[in-house]
Write a protein that binds this ligand. Structure first.
Ligand SMILES: Cc1ncc(COP(=O)(O)O)c(C=O)c1O
Length: 476
């Protein structure tokens, strides 16, 4: 193996790493399951090193990462402060069964719960688990328990809540369920205010209101299948929402949307569960993305950037009535690695860092600057149909150039292939780009750069995207 300096000037070292890559890919093809998402792009890519906003492949090629592990790595790769928290814990108490307490778990839960109490006006508790989907499963238990065993949920078209069986049932894509039959009841999926593709002739706010009205119509008469007017009972226990849709393509609803939706839910005794797994931890410029929208959730689920992509930890915060020891007693749920101390130690450091550093100012500023760059790209490239952003959750919707509206997955697929070659150029230096693709038509570049990204790196990102867009449109 070679270090970056050796690789930069030494063709023999590059050749050696190239051969090693080929050998590793052969072994992967034989011995790794292809059931994960690695083979979404061919050939799959191997990375070897990371720092800040960049990751490096085996040959030392530099890639500007604009998706940061689907927003799990909000605070930059190899963040020294967060890595040190893990190292300290490694030397102190790296292992302890979840059945016993350790200080960091209690302190982390306290910070989250006190913050939520201040913001949402309700005392609550925190429950930890290891991955986002598992925390969603835990939230389903709370919801079913609180509603006397109701198993039906509302969720949004375009929503994504994970790929365990329960989480898949409330995720809109049938693709994730098709092979496995039904384990839990499939949610009823309600249209999200996706204004760019919504009804024409309405403002974003009007479209949001229309979406809520359409939803509310379901409760007008028992014949629409969700409401027993005599018993004043909904058949549905909760509405699962991503405030800003993640996998759905970073779709940002209008500011009045959740206030109006929550009124309908409150009138019908339906809980609001906010899945902030992707948009939490300052991605949108606030700790929780729902804070932009003026409503308090009953349950809030989080994961990903809680540990900046280090030891996995996820969790949920719930109002006391839903999670008090009386209703959610010891043993209600358990996982060996839930509240693992390496995870809680880094999670605690993340929360302290957020309290000390002003991400609520810097992220919106950087987001506005990045969005201006994207708007300029939209003016210059007909393939860009829509750009939008909230903090550093930014979207670029790629369309056919003849109308800048018809979704083009094909162009996006070409972009992903080109960006992984690592041969874009800026100021005499070569770069690749790491992009994540989402959206209802798989035609949206969902940009989630490091919240620590610099202005120069944003300029680089816009310049490289510009070059990439030129490259893929030359052949159209
Ligand atoms: C909004 C949302 N919910 C749930 C999940 C599932 O989390 P995990 O992949 O950690 O199981 C994800 C992951 O991308 C997500 O974006």
């Amino acid at each position: 193996m070679h270090n970056a300096l050796e690789l930069a000037d030494d063709p023999a070292a590059q050749q050696w790493e190239g051969d090693r890559e080929k050998e590793l890919l052969k072994l992967e093809a034989l011995y790794c399951s292809h059931g994960d998402t690695v083979h979404y792009s061919e050939p799959p890519k191997i990375f070897d090193r990371c720092e800040g906003s960049f990751i490096y492949d085996l040959q030392g090629r530099e890639f500007l990462d604009l998706q940061m592990w689907y927003s799990a790595c909000n605070f930059g790769y190899a963040n020294a402060r967060l890595n040190d928290a893990v190292k300290r814990q490694l030397d102190k108490l790296p292992q302890i069964a979840s059945q016993y307490l350790h200080p960091e778990k209690i302190e982390l839960a306290t910070l989250i719960a006190r913050d939520a109490e201040e913001k949402f006006g309700a005392k609550g508790r925190v429950h930890f688990n290891v991955g986002g989907s598992q925390a969603v499963e835990d939230s389903l238990k709370l919801v079913r328990n609180a509603s006397g065993g109701k198993s039906l949920m509302f969720a949004f078209e375009g929503g994504y809540h994970g790929r365990t069986l329960g989480a898949t049932a409330i995720t809109s894509s049938y693709r994730y369920r098709r092979r496995y039959g039904h384990f839990g009841d499939r949610a009823q999926f309600i249209p999200f205010p996706y204004h760019f593709r919504g009804a024409k002739g309405m403002t974003k706010e009007e479209y949001g209101e229309a979406c809520v009205k359409n939803f509310e119509r379901l409760f007008e008469t028992e014949y629409y299948g969700v409401w027993d007017a005599k018993a004043e009972q909904a058949e549905y226990a909760a509405f699962y929402v991503e405030t800003v849709q993640g996998t759905g393509g970073y779709v940002i609803p209008p500011p009045n949307f959740f206030v109006e939706l929550k009124k309908v839910l409150d009138r019908h005794g339906i809980l609001l569960v906010v899945d902030d797994i992707q948009m939490g931890f300052c991605r949108t410029g606030k700790l929780w993305s729902i804070e932009h929208f003026g409503v308090a959730p009953d349950i809030l689920v989080f994961g990903k950037a809680l540990t900046n992509g280090l030891n996995p930890l996820s969790g949920l915060w719930a109002r006391e009535e839903l999670i008090s020891p009386e209703v959610f007693p010891p043993g209600s749920t358990h996982s060996t690695f839930a509240s693992n101390p390496l995870g809680t130690a880094v999670g605690l450091e993340v929360m302290r860092m957020i309290q000390e550093q002003d991400f609520t100012v810097s992220v919106p500023e950087k987001g506005r600057y990045f969005l201006q760059g994207l708007e300029e790209l939209k003016r210059r490239h007909k393939i860009v149909g829509d750009v939008d952003g909230l903090g550093l959750a930014l979207r670029v919707e790629i369309c056919e150039p003849h109308d800048s509206f018809t979704p083009s997955k094909a162009i996006v697929d070409r972009m992903v292939d080109e960006s992984l070659k690592g041969d874009l150029e800026h100021n005499g230096r070569r770069y690749g780009l790491v992009l994540d693709i989402g959206g209802y038509y798989k035609n949206v570049i969902t940009l989630a750069p490091a919240l620590t990204i610099t202005k120069e790196e944003i300029d680089l990102a816009v310049a490289l995207l510009d070059q990439l867009f030129h490259r893929v449109t030359r052949s159209l």
